[in-house]
Design a protein around this ligand. Structure first.
Ligand code: XCC
Length: 655
């Protein structure tokens, strides 16, 4: 009762202002009726620090935190702000910015490392529960690691043993995190012109871990104090993420679990079923969720669920785990990042299993108000609350662990207490696109026919390509930025590639269906989508799968007719509601791969105008891409379209 009073004294979120999504609005009301606070309420009661938001608070030593607010009325003449040690606003903002890159790159890359370790143990035949599902993918990536796929026997080229190839690729891939010499193998997958730019700027990443460590060193008190040199290291680490850790994560996941192809499914809280055991998978690494999916689909488990009075087991996902199990198995998506507490507030979540990243600690408090079992599984991501169960997942007995988790969910079905209230809202989605399937669905190659992507860009039916990705942020109206930006783009014939929580938002809005073409698209894009039967917004997966967007862009360049580098393409990037450090790392590797990238909400650079200008203007001269900030979603999309038109003009294909 005490707790309920405390919540009442606090301000409550206005459901309509908090989200554009009906299911979310209903669940905000439901939570408030039950006296449970959610992230939306907390956002009403805790305002962010304005100085921190602008990137000009340095807390890298105990003489600080040193805060360097912009003078009222802006800076006239020389900017004389400095910290105790004398660090300027530019130095502080650049340090903070690249520490965010380090955090993001570390998260993606450590995820990749974990996948690489599983792959290595599979290649060594130490994990019987996983197999190599996609040998074609393995053969396609082997040459990048200088691993031969054929051998000469008696003067003849014959296929090499696949197990041998796997082992060699696995060892070389593992080595990418810490090799002593050379540079990352995958850098050569970038267009040559881009690779040369990186080389000229001296930003070719040496190994993944080193670039992240070096950021932590350089941003320590009294080391690097030149914002240009600081951001150079941020660039190295970001490239090591996009073209390294993330790309390795994507590829090795495809090798182990299969390369995704388009599948039909559904999205939003309405995918949960009252009469089923609801087991929700939340987090990022498919290593665990793949096994849980397999375990839950065994006849024994289904029978067991029935013996407990349920009609079956309903799996669903949250955040990027949702995207992983969606694209490979068609498992429906329950929620975006901001809806995670709501999945429990339905009263129908029998177990939520989490691994790493984007898991709010408050889900444990919410679970405590219901019968929901919350299960952490990763040694690096535990929670202090006592109701949380920890089942440490180990690839060597993966199926056993997964079965334990599924059983726990089933056994908990009969313990449901509160009245169940699952919002009825959900939408159909087609997801599971990738470089391979974009090529396949659009004429079997990138160039050379009426259907292909390059030809449709050149003839102007498709005005350009946009990558719209990233998180939700409780400081902006849930999903509004995502949906408005994407709708404005497709209305103007820009095809959208999506990942992460933007993908989920688009799914919930019905934009991931071929039918969306005739409703929302301009005539050119609608014609292409209707001819080949694809949605105008193509869901490419999770956040590490932003590497698929890089590779798609590289393929488009390679196919010809649209310039020599990614920066020549009529393309732009966007994260309308970003919040995580991973988003900054992604944004930066898009920028230094040549993409004009616009973020919504805010950028932690506004307090250091010189540094901000460097990111938004000067970087274009070095890499062809640059940062921008635009809060208004329509202007945000229009800026991307203006950039696309600028590139079309430069290519001599303006419409
Ligand atoms: Fe997390 Fe990847 Fe952001 Fe969603 S989009 S809130 S990082 S789940 Ni990547």
């Amino acid at each position: 009762e005490k707790k309920a009073k405390a919540v009442k004294a606090a301000k409550l979120a206005d459901p309509i202002k908090a989200s554009i999504d009906k299911a979310t609005q209903e669940m905000i009301v439901r939570a408030q009726e039950l006296g449970i606070d959610t992230v939306f309420d907390r956002a009403e009661n805790m305002k962010p620090c304005n100085i921190g938001m602008q990137g000009i608070c340095c807390k890298n030593c105990s003489m600080g935190p040193c805060r360097l607010p912009l003078p009222k009325g802006g800076i006239e003449g020389e900017d004389t702000r400095k910290s105790l040690c004398g660090a300027t606003a530019n130095t502080i903002a650049a340090r903070n910015f690249i520490r965010m890159v380090a955090g993001g790159a570390a998260a993606h890359s450590d995820h990749g490392r974990c996948v690489a370790e599983v792959f290595l143990s599979v290649a060594r035949k130490e994990s019987k529960d996983y197999q190599i599902k996609d040998t074609d993918k393995l053969l396609s990536i082997a040459p990048y690691f200088d691993v031969a796929v054929t051998v000469e026997v008696d003067g003849e080229e014959v296929d090499r043993d696949i197990d041998e190839i796997a082992l060699e690729v696995a060892e070389k891939a593992m080595n990418e995190w810490g090799k002593a010499e050379g540079e990352l193998y995958y850098l050569k997958r970038a267009p040559e012109a881009l690779y040369e730019k990186w080389k000229k700027q001296g930003v070719l990443p040496r190994n993944i871990d080193r670039e992240i460590v070096e950021i932590m060193h350089r941003t320590h008190i009294g080391v690097d104090q030149d914002y240009k040199n600081l951001i150079k290291q941020g660039t190295r680490a970001a490239i090591a993420d996009g073209w390294g850790g993330s790309m390795l994560a994507t590829d090795l996941q495809d090798v182990l679990f299969g390369t995704p192809y388009p599948v039909q499914s559904e999205a939003n809280l309405g995918v949960m079923k009252e009469d089923h055991v609801n087991l929700i998978l939340h987090g990022h690494e498919p290593v665990l969720s793949e096994m849980v999916v397999a375990a839950a689909q065994t006849p024994e488990m289904v029978e067991y669920a029935k013996s407990k009075g349920a009609k079956g087991i309903q799996l669903s996902g949250i955040c990027c785990t949702a995207n992983e199990i969606l694209q490979r198995h068609g498992i429906p998506t329950a929620a975006t990042f901001l809806q995670q507490e709501m999945a429990i507030i339905t009263g129908a979540c029998d177990a939520m299993v989490v691994d790493i990243q984007c898991i709010m600690q408050n889900v444990a408090n919410v679970a405590n108000c219901f019968h929901t079992k919350l299960i952490t599984t990763h040694p690096i991501a535990r929670m202090e609350q006592e109701n949380v169960i920890h089942i440490e997942f180990d690839e060597h007995h993966a199926m056993e662990d997964a079965t334990k988790i599924v059983k726990l969910a089933i056994d908990n079905f009969e313990n449901r207490r509160a009245e169940v209230m699952i919002p009825r809202h959900k939408n159909t989605q087609i997801a599971g696109f990738g470089v391979e399937s974009v090529e396949y669905h659009l004429g079997g190659s990138f160039r050379g026919s009426y259907y292909t992507l390059n030809d449709n860009i050149i003839n102007g039916r498709i005005r350009g390509i946009a990558g719209v990705v990233g998180c939700n942020n409780a400081r902006t109206r849930h999903n509004e930025g995502h949906i408005e930006v994407v709708k404005e783009l497709i209305k103007n014939d820009v095809i959208v590639l999506t990942t992460g929580c933007n993908g989920i938002a688009c799914a919930m809005e019905g934009l991931l269906t071929p039918e969306a073409a005739s409703v929302y698209c301009g005539p050119g894009l609608a014609e292409v989508c209707e001819t080949v039967g694809i949605p105008p917004v193509l869901h490419l997966g999770s956040c590490v799968d932003n590497s698929r967007i890089l590779l798609a862009a590289a393929e488009v360049v390679k196919a010809g007719g649209l310039g020599k580098d990614i920066s020549d393409l009529p393309a732009a990037g966007s994260a309308p509601e970003w919040m995580s450090e991973k988003a900054i790392s992604i944004g930066h590797y898009f920028v230094v791969s040549g993409v004009y990238t616009v973020f919504g909400y805010t950028l932690p650079t506004s307090g250091a105008p010189v540094f901000h200008d460097y990111l938004s203007k000067e970087l274009e001269n070095l890499y062809g891409g640059m940062w921008d900030l635009e809060v208004d979603p329509i202007k945000h999309a229009q800026k991307m379209i203006a950039h696309i038109d600028k590139k079309r003009k430069a290519l001599g294909i303006d419409r």
